[in-house]
Ligand binder design. Structure first.
Ligand code: NI
Length: 177
């Protein structure tokens, strides 16, 4: 198992549409394990494979309950929302879009279908934070990031901020040499 590097905006891979998983093999299981480790290491509650540069439709999700205890870990291949009910909105953050909080219109309750790591059928109902998290991760599989939900003006400001930060970091590195 290994902690992988999490790609951040504006890496173009994050805007690509991921491919459906067709082979449910040991390689896929290892990828899922790495994603879980990477998510936990980054204190995230969800991660999609394209965030580590793998354009496959695989997500891992583990959200805390109201008391802060971690709930079950979900690993879903080829996830699809097949039914929605109600509306929900919270300020979402994303490991691939650091420093940006965005309120996105989501469904409060969903039925999520997909496959387990062995290829068997996966189906569950989710609501609240878990539901929002699944919807956020599926967005990643479709190349959609939080920056896609803000105005072009806000997106441009964020892009400039990111570039400035990268330049500053590079400067810092030079000083240390
Ligand atoms: Ni994200």
């Amino acid at each position: 198992m290994a902690i992988r590097n999490i790609l951040t905006y504006p890496n173009p891979l994050l805007h690509r549409v991921s491919e459906p998983i067709q082979q449910f093999d040991i390689e896929l299981a290892h990828l899922a394990q790495d994603m879980v480790e990477t998510m936990k290491h980054a204190n995230g509650i969800g991660l999609a494979a394209p965030q580590i540069g793998i354009l496959k439709r695989l997500i891992v999700v583990q959200v805390p309950d109201e008391e802060g205890h971690l709930g079950p870990l979900y690993t879903v291949c080829n996830p699809v929302v097949t039914q929605t009910e109600g509306e929900a909105k919270i300020e979402e953050g994303c490991l691939s879009v650091p420093g940006l909080g965005v309120e996105v219109d989501r469904a409060f309750e969903i039925i999520l279908e997909g496959q387990n790591l062995d290829g068997s059928a996966f189906r569950m109902e989710a609501d609240g934070l878990l539901s929002i998290c699944f919807q956020h991760e599926i967005d990643h599989l479709d190349g959609k990031l939080l920056v896609n939900y803000v105005s072009s003006v806000k997106r441009e400001l964020y892009r400039k901020e990111v570039i400035k930060k990268v330049q500053l970091e590079q400067k810092d590195e030079k000083v240390q040499l």
